[in-house]
Design a binder for this molecule. Structure first.
Ligand SMILES: *Cc1c(COP(=O)(O)O)cnc(C)c1O
Length: 364
């Protein structure tokens, strides 16, 4: 068996030791006599496991006691709706439109209430973001929503935006990749499938006092308060296996030195790839260097001519033989994209750079 270097944007590579441990524990977890998948979510074993996973997540991410943690389903996409349903309270919200996922969040919020754009980088094809000092955040806004890492265009905030409104952030593709100030945010959410585990689990971290009454008729499954009030935050069956795998991933993260050590590794991985791209004279990354993502690196060959596109197709076709997978760019951006989440080691980035160098030498 040969595992490839998997650069998928999500669901993404998991650390091999996590998968090995999951395999070893697949048939029987501890002394329970059954797989974690076969347990009642209300069983003493699972409730203890879930509490332990939350404790590890709080410790790893630095989530303060002021904030509650929920393990939900529906992905980040359901949070695009739950956030306005539960935070607007008849007011308006401000959104930073800095990429594809921000657009999705805005579309969903507009179905629920009034939305204004604090900033909009659509005109520059989401390759940079205006300085926060130039944003216009509605003074009455219930919250400002932003996407700390835009997974598709590869644009990342390197600081928390300094605005007066309560902050809401979509952390799907950056959670646990670097230290993050949860205390400075009213609510954050993240699908697990980029940096925390398999798909199916969405982690929500919120300050209860940011919540407003949901509109009459709101289903209880869409109401954070109903989830918070349920025993152990479980209004219904959570994705138990995904919660368990998050726990294994957090154990692995701790063995790696935690989020601070991971942030250094992530910075080094991204720096190596950007340095190669910029110096290659062959590949290019279109993002303003001040806003480049450490997690998702889109890159192109040339300037989009028919022969450039043919070269990109050739580049992608040759990846498999080099043991590299999932480097296709998102259809809205084209070209290639390398996602460098926590589970991707420097050795994988080095293998990618070797392949890129070889390809440029043969086709330049
Ligand atoms: C992947 C991703 C999403 C979509 O997540 P789903 O779990 O598929 O709903 C949303 N936001 C960001 C930043 C993402 O990277």
């Amino acid at each position: 068996m040969a595992r490839v270097w998997n650069f998928s944007a999500g669901p993404a590579a998991l650390p091999t030791p996590v998968l090995e441990r999951a395999r070893a524990e697949l048939l029987e977890l501890g002394a329970s006599g059954m797989s974690v998948m076969e347990m009642s979510h209300r069983s003493a074993e699972f409730v203890a496991l879930k509490r332990e996973v939350e404790r590890k997540l709080r410790a790893a991410a630095g989530i303060p006691d002021s904030h509650r943690v929920l393990f939900l389903q529906g992905g980040a996409s359901l949070q695009f709706a739950m956030v306005p349903i539960n935070l607007l309270g008849g007011r308006s919200a401000s959104y930073a439109h800095t990429g594809h996922w921000g657009s999705k969040a805005i579309e969903e919020a507009k179905r629920i209430g009034r939305v204004s754009l604090a900033t909009d980088s659509k005109a520059n094809k989401f390759t940079t973001v205006a300085p926060v000092s130039e944003w216009s955040v509605d003074a009455e806004a219930a919250y400002l929503h932003y996407t700390p890492n835009e997974t598709i265009a590869g644009v990342e905030f390197h600081a928390v935006p300094a605005v007066a409104a309560p902050l809401v952030a979509d952390l799907s593709s950056s959670i646990l990749s670097r230290p993050f100030d949860f205390a400075a945010h009213a609510l954050t959410y993240a699908g697990a499938q980029k940096n925390m585990g398999p798909a199916g689990l969405t982690v929500v971290v919120l300050r209860e006092d940011a919540l407003r009454a949901a509109p009459p008729g709101t289903a209880s499954m869409l109401d954070y308060r109903a989830h918070l009030a349920a025993p152990d935050g479980m209004l219904n069956t959570p994705p138990t296996y995904s919660v368990y795998l998050l726990g294994l991933t957090l154990d692995w993260l701790a063995e790696q030195g935690g989020v601070a050590a991971m942030a250094e590794r992530n910075a080094a991985k991204a720096a190596a790839l950007y340095a190669y791209i910029d110096g290659s004279g062959y590949y290019r990354n279109p993002v303003d260097p001040a806003w480049r993502s450490r997690m998702n690196v889109p890159f192109m060959i040339g300037s989009g001519s028919a022969s450039d596109l043919a070269l990109e197709a050739g580049f992608l076709a040759g990846c498999k033989a080099a043991g590299l997978a999932n480097l296709e760019g998102h259809r809205s951006v084209g070209g290639m994209r390398a996602s460098l989440y926590n589970a991707m080691p420097m050795a994988g980035v080095a293998a990618l750079i070797d392949y890129m160098r070889e390809f440029a030498r043969n086709h330049g």
